[in-house]
Write a protein that binds this ligand. Structure first.
Ligand SMILES: [Zn+2]
Length: 473
């Protein structure tokens, strides 16, 4: 039976709770759940006969028609129980195209879904890196909990992924695995810093992969590419030992019975990834039993945060074509484009050259929309945030490869918020300053966004749709 929503709302509002209408879901086998909000507090509601949740309810359970109703805290333990009742666990990607939308505030997922569900794309909704977690004071569980909250809020019942992004340490991997993430992005930067290693010191397998691949012909729409032995050797010296970390980490997941998508990211390294490096990475991992789901190469051009692509678009397109051909030759993993925020010049080129098999990640763009809403609604808070961010530039830019210099930043902002955020340096500053701003003024930021939820949601949805329209048109 469907409980009477009005009766439910009446009872809950007496306690100050507001149930979210789109969140009501029937549980196969009996009962229903919903979520409710009381200012910034979150709760999980249950209607049914016997209660499956083990924690103490927030209020004494009450009778609702012929059933019992109760309200529980929205926490990890209750989500775990819920995962056993409804398909609310992250899962492996089941589509050729996928899109990751990070939500640093944990308040944006429902609006992101409103955009993503309109497109034929697999959504990765919980996507955060350890550097984002450190800056926002969250952990992998909290991120997933926030994302599932947004899923319930949006009434979304389709599949979704959760991306433990830019992992560089085993401890981070274990934390994400314990939270049940479905996508693991291994960032090789730290491992690569220990190399390159002399050819003689490489594992025998690395040398045999080079021998095996040298001279191999990769068919591309622009003609064949022959894998060069010298470039393969160079790639082996650079990558082989770093890839052993990936092999070990994939083994940890396997030992825990976790069937996950594996991405290797070298997008934040200095040099462009050659087709030979890509082939070596894919071939070596295949031979070591840790096949790629995706690779994020370092593409030609500049992928600065919060601004459009800078570089030769035709050259970028050629590189994507070539990488896509390599990917097809090694089992058909997808190409992953990071820092996809605002890269309007290249999104559709990327999709086309990648042959429709791709992943795009964005995160900062959603946060920037929150900043935009603050700027529109409360310019004095926006000005204050700017001053704080400017004073903490050095701290914020740690871990972010960004060219922003202090002298690029205007001393005072124009009064028109759109003009202020049109300034490249200002956008970049806000993009990387979320940690400092949430630490210093997090309560004010959250309160403002909660009290302007409709505007915040609209800004997020509109922005993501702009990305998706261009990407998928
Ligand atoms: Zn990245």
């Amino acid at each position: 039976m469907i409980p009477d929503w009005e009766l439910l709302t009446e009872r809950l509002s007496a306690w100050g709770w507001q149930p979210l209408p789109g969140s009501l879901r029937r549980i196969p086998g009996g009962g229903a759940i919903f979520i409710a909000r009381k200012e910034s507090q979150r709760a999980l509601g249950w209607i049914g006969e016997s209660v499956p949740f083990g924690t103490a309810p927030l209020h004494e359970p009450w009778s609702l028609q012929a059933l019992r109703a109760a309200l529980y805290p929205w926490n990890w333990e209750n989500y775990q129980t819920l995962r056993g009742l409804l398909p609310l666990a992250p899962q492996r990607c089941d589509r050729p195209a996928s899109f990751g939308a990070g939500d640093r505030l944990g308040m944006a997922t429902a609006a992101q879904i409103a955009a993503l569900r309109r497109y034929p794309i697999f959504p990765v909704l919980a996507q955060q890196s350890p550097r984002e977690l450190a800056r926002t004071g969250r952990d992998f569980r909290a991120v997933l909990l926030d994302a599932v909250w947004g899923i319930l809020e949006a009434g979304y019942t389709g599949p979704f992924g959760a991306d433990a992004d830019h992992l560089q340490e085993e401890e981070q991997l274990r934390a994400a695995a314990a939270a049940g993430y479905s996508l693991y992005t291994f960032d090789l930067r730290r491992a690569l810093a220990r190399g390159p290693h002399p050819w003689e010191e490489l594992p025998a397998l690395a040398r045999s992969v080079v021998t095996e691949l040298a001279g191999r012909r990769i068919e591309t729409p622009e003609g064949p590419w022959i894998l060069q032995e010298s470039a393969l050797q160079e790639a082996a010296c650079r990558y082989a030992l770093a890839l052993e970390d990936v092999v070990r980490w994939a083994g940890i997941l396997r030992d825990q019975g976790i069937d996950a998508d594996l991405e290797v990211s070298v997008d934040e390294t200095e040099e462009e990834t050659t087709p030979e490096a890509h082939a070596f990475i894919a071939g070596y991992l295949q031979r070591r039993g840790a096949a790629l789901w995706s690779l994020a190469p370092r593409f030609p051009g500049i992928f600065e945060k919060a601004v459009d692509y800078e570089g030769d678009v035709a050259r970028f397109a050629r590189a994507v074509l070539l990488h896509a051909a390599v990917a097809r030759a090694f089992g058909g993993h997808r190409l992953s484009l990071h820092s996809g925020s605002e890269k309007f010049r290249i999104l559709s080129i990327f999709r086309e050259a990648a042959g429709g098999c791709f992943h795009v990640k964005t995160s900062g763009t959603t946060w920037l929309q929150a900043v935009r809403v603050i700027a529109r609604v409360r310019p004095e808070l926006f000005a204050e945030l700017y001053a704080i961010a400017r004073a903490h530039l050095e701290e914020s830019r740690r871990d972010y490869p960004i060219a922003l210099r202090p002298e690029d930043l205007p001393a005072a902002l124009p009064s028109d918020p759109e003009a202020a955020l049109a300034d490249r340096a200002v956008r970049q500053l806000f993009h990387i300053s979320y940690g400092v701003l949430l630490r210093e003024r997090g309560i004010a930021i959250r309160e403002l966004l909660e009290s302007h939820a409709a505007e915040h949601d609209a800004a997020i949805q509109e922005n993501l749709e702009r990305h998706l329209e261009i990407l998928l048109k």
